[in-house]
Design a protein around this ligand. Structure first.
Ligand SMILES: Nc1ncnc2c1ncn2[C@@H]1O[C@H](COP(=O)(O)OP(=O)(O)OP(=O)(O)O)[C@@H](O)[C@H]1O
Length: 250
């Protein structure tokens, strides 16, 4: 569903993402992990067609992704790492706006919005200006807006930041069910337990390069007995010899 070939991004002389190759299958929940500044957001923005790669290509569902491919962008959705929404809109106005961009059918929009708003318990806040929302409420609103049109692929950049435990659980359950229906999820997170709980495969990057890729079990087998994902993550991202085979996928 997502095919990434030789993906590279340089900011001036700084290489943020270095020659990444990976493939995410339809129906897969893929977790992309890495320390601060390792290139996760930069990667996700290139996959989404928000940022031009310096080199390499991205295909979604067999189609090349690029900045102006609006038809392809309609099939996907993005939860950014900061829920920046125009504060002078109410929650309802924001969701109406998102629905109009995706040209959602009115009835489907109403049903999906009501389902998600109820799920995240935001029904009493939709008439309030977003500038009066807490961080967590904004995050919920962005998540609702990104799920409403039932995208085939959802990219989520640290979606759990600011969500309370109950909302986190609901989001986890929703995403797990969502991929079972044949959709695809690509998420970044610093919450390793989230990746352990829901990811089909995990990719660890460091300084813009893939250091490991596989199921949790595969990563643990490669690392040796008794190693947790946290152990593996720390070994691979502090420059020490990790005893985990570095990933090479072509
Ligand atoms: N617009 C930009 N201009 C210059 N450098 C940038 C820009 N955006 C990101 N970088 C640099 O690229 C590298 C990767 O940043 P990126 O935001 O992709 O990391 P990240 O893994 O998402 O980090 P975090 O976990 O902190 O969100 C960092 O060194 C960062 O300083």
């Amino acid at each position: 569903m997502i095919t990434v070939s030789n993906l590279t991004k340089n900011y001036g002389s700084k290489a943020a993402v270095k020659n990444i190759n990976l493939a995410v299958k339809k129906g897969e929940l893929f977790a992309y992990l890495g320390p601060n500044g390792s290139g996760k957001s930069t990667t996700i923005k290139m996959l989404m067609g928000l940022l031009e790669p310096t080199e390499g290509t991205v295909e979604i569902s067999g189609e090349p992704m690029h900045l102006n491919n609006t038809e392809l962008k309609r099939k996907i959705s993005f939860v950014p790492d900061t829920p920046d929404i125009i504060g002078k809109l109410t929650g309802n106005e924001y969701l109406n706006f998102v629905a109009s961009i995706y040209k959602m059918d009115k009835q489907i929009y109403k049903e999906k919005r009501d389902e998600l708003v109820k799920m995240f318990e935001l029904q009493n806040d939709l008439g309030t200006l977003v500038e009066e929302y807490s961080h967590g409420m904004r995050q919920k609103l962005v998540v609702i807006g990104s799920l409403m049109h039932s995208p085939e692929v959802i990219f989520l950049d640290e979606p759990n930041v600011g969500l309370d435990p109950k909302s986190n659980r609901k989001l986890k359950d929703y995403l797990t069910e969502y991929v079972k229906e044949g959709n695809t999820v690509f998420l970044t997170t610093h919450t390793l337990s989230l990746a352990e709980d829901i990811a089909d495969r995990i990719c660890i990057i460091y300084q813009g390069e893939i250091k490991a890729l596989g199921t949790l079990q595969e990563l643990r087998e490669q690392a040796g007995s008794g190693k947790t994902l946290e152990d593996i993550f720390l070994m691979l991202t502090d420059g020490e010899d990790a005893h985990v085979q570095e990933h090479t996928e072509s």
